[in-house]
Design a protein around this ligand. Structure first.
Ligand SMILES: *Cc1c(COP(=O)(O)O)cnc(C)c1O
Length: 405
């Protein structure tokens, strides 16, 4: 993360990649410009050892290219595209792989923005969404797709695991099996996984059969609550399609955002390690606190949880740093807790160096229908915490005083 893909000699010896704050790049000759465009527009394949020349910052820019190359290392991906937000990455993927008449199968709950785009905006393009939730078996889900008349038109399975804010787990390999069940020689049903909640360290969906991995790079990847960005990773051939649409939507990240993310990546592992360690300490404390009814934390799963524990062992490399809990009482007690915090900030978002707390039922998940909220367990007494890198003793002190001492 400190040096991969960057050649100081190309930047006056600068030890770190500078910000290439430039809109366009000068060609040495007209022939060179032609050669770069042929590759960029897919008119010919790159020759052995040929690199895509720099043309224009909507198509490529050194800060983005170096960042994309580094990001591929964590997930073991062939290629990566960085976007100006997580939503830009997600919507570009949906628009590239879906067409009018298609169905998309989604896990529920999804991130509010993704859910809104899929259920409220995609129908304008005659794309239908089918939803499944944790606990439905592969056979149940296959039947659901068939009964909806989507067996022929299913084009994508799109999941988010662990689910926000309950930490429910969806089986990535089983989701791939469902996608394969509806694939045939005429069409391949792709599996896309939003891996924001685990970041690139704690879960590697491509290794479990996913075709595309998506991130809100605003969260762990950025990690300092000072930028908005997104990323998509996958095979060369799928990423050529994603990058192609990105060029024409023009929703790539700026050079400055790319540069900030390069800085963030240098500390990604030490930040995430510390966040996971702190989360374990906070979860232990909440588990034993008389004013806490229930704690939703991957580290609390045991063999008695059956399937959930099996999925965790199969695909999660850490318990993560997201904890939700039900406070004794209801909305009043939850708000009192949030208003009493002194160190932990009352804000949405997650994965940053500072710890954050929020109230899913009336904030991030306010738009989820009441019945679904009840079914998913997102009640008025639930509080969601994103654990940062502070001294864990300070976090326990703050949570304890906010719970009333
Ligand atoms: C924040 C988030 C997004 C959206 O990302 P932005 O960078 O805010 O556009 C998508 N998915 C998940 C799981 C998120 O937490």
């Amino acid at each position: 993360m400190m040096s991969y893909g960057y050649k100081p000699a190309l930047s006056e010896g600068a030890i770190k990649c500078p910000i290439f704050q430039t809109s366009t790049f000068v060609f040495q000759t007209a022939e060179e410009g032609k050669a770069f465009f042929e590759v960029a527009y897919g008119l010919r394949e790159k020759q052995e050892g040929e690199e895509l020349g720099l043309i224009y910052s909507r198509i490529n820019n050194p800060d983005l290219e170096i960042l994309e190359n580094r990001l591929t290392l964590w997930d073991g991906a062939e290629d990566c595209a960085v976007f100006e937000s997580g939503m830009a990455a997600i919507t570009t993927v949906l628009l590239e792989f879906l067409k009018p008449g298609d169905c998309i199968l989604i896990s529920s709950p999804l991130y509010g923005g993704s859910d809104h785009f899929i259920r409220k905006i995609l129908p304008k393009f005659h794309i239908r969404a089918l939803t499944f939730t944790v606990g439905q078996s592969k056979q149940d889900v296959i039947r659901l797709v068939e009964q909806a008349g989507c067996a022929e038109s299913l084009a994508m399975v799109y999941i988010e695991t662990p689910a926000n804010p309950t930490n429910d787990l969806i089986d990535i390999e089983e989701s791939k099996a469902i996608a394969q069940h509806f694939s045939n020689q005429d069409k391949e049903v792709y599996l896309a996984v939003d891996n924001t909640y685990m970041g690139p360290l704690w879960q590697h969906p491509l290794q479990h059969g996913a075709d595309l991995v998506l991130y809100s790079a605003t969260k762990y990847l950025g990690g300092h609550s000072d930028l908005i960005a997104g990323a998509c990773l996958g095979s060369k051939s799928l990423m050529t399609r994603v990058k192609g649409l990105r060029t024409f939507l023009g929703n790539m990240a700026s050079p400055h955002t790319g540069w900030l993310l390069l800085r963030s990546l240098e500390t990604l592992k030490i930040r995430m390690d510390q966040q996971a360690r702190n989360a374990e300490i906070v979860a232990d404390f909440l588990n034993g606190h008389p004013k806490v009814e229930k704690v939703y934390y991957l580290g609390n799963l045991t063999a008695a949880d059956g399937r959930a524990m099996e999925i965790k062992d199969q695909q999660c490399l850490s318990n993560g740093a997201m904890i939700s809990f039900d406070i004794q009482g209801g909305a009043h007690e939850a708000y009192q807790f949030l208003n009493s915090l002194k160190l932990i900030k009352l804000a949405v978002s997650l994965g940053s160096t500072e710890s954050l707390a929020e109230h899913p039922a009336t904030m991030t998940h306010i738009d989820v229908d009441t019945d679904l909220k009840t079914q998913l367990g997102i009640s008025e007494k639930m509080i969601r915490l994103s654990i940062g890198i502070e001294n864990a003793k300070d976090l326990l002190w703050d949570i304890n005083q906010a719970l009333g001492g």
